[in-house]
Design a protein around this ligand. Structure first.
Ligand code: MG
Length: 212
């Protein structure tokens, strides 16, 4: 777990956790681009109907049949790392960089980038954040395989994420709010403190304007 914090602790400050893949970065587009190129497939975001990409894509089912149960997950993590290997080719989501610059100026927010991932791509992700000029107060990199990878347990007031698993966990953290980026892989997930950001970062900015 890599953790870097600079913002002072203050009870009046809202602590905000901003996810990376699918929230700041168009990770799934880059992932599919590389996978399609190698496998001769034509998958789009619509094909990622499950959080577990290894379950969602038909080519992974074939790989599972031929090579065994664990192989699709390993292949998916390989493409996860490859997607981040050339940070300059990773595009940000529309409005993400400007929204982060705007939110960073607010005195009432502690803006942390919080990501749970296989740590192989951690350094490439940090390079990308610097490259894009995305401001932040802290960065928390959680090992997706570690026992502390649950973002809902870290005391954030507002979380911005696209994970359906996190959305389900929010039912146990009703003092926090999750701003959920809508995606095919998180359709139908609902708890009272999950707000769908229908217009992406535009919706996020509207939310934070409303709580000023
Ligand atoms: Mg994500």
């Amino acid at each position: 777990m890599l953790e870097r914090k600079v913002a002072p602790k203050n009870a009046k400050i809202k602590r905000v956790a901003v996810d990376v893949d699918g929230v700041l970065a168009k990770f799934h587009d880059r992932f599919l681009h590389l996978l399609n190129k190698d496998f001769g497939t034509h998958y789009t975001l619509d094909d990622i109907a499950s959080w577990d990409i290894g379950e969602a894509l038909p080519v992974m089912k074939k790989i599972k049949e031929v090579f065994g149960e664990q192989v699709p997950e390993n292949v998916c993590w390989r493409y996860f790392d490859l997607a981040w290997l050339n940070p300059e080719k990773m595009e940000p989501l529309p409005g993400a960089v400007n929204a982060m610059k705007n939110l960073y100026l607010r005195q009432d927010l502690q803006l942390d980038i919080v990501t749970s991932r296989r740590i192989n791509s951690g350094r490439d992700m940090l390079t990308w954040i610097d490259f894009m000029g995305i401001p932040f107060h802290g960065i928390v990199v959680l090992d997706a395989f570690g026992k502390h990878s649950d973002k809902s347990m870290r005391g954030y007031d507002v979380l911005i994420d696209d994970s359906p698993r996190l959305a389900r966990k929010m039912a146990g953290h009703l003092k926090s709010t999750l701003l959920l980026f809508p995606a095919n892989h998180n359709k139908g997930v609902y708890t009272p403190n999950v707000l769908r950001m229908t217009h992406g970062w535009k919706s996020v900015r509207e939310y934070f304007n409303s709580i000023k």
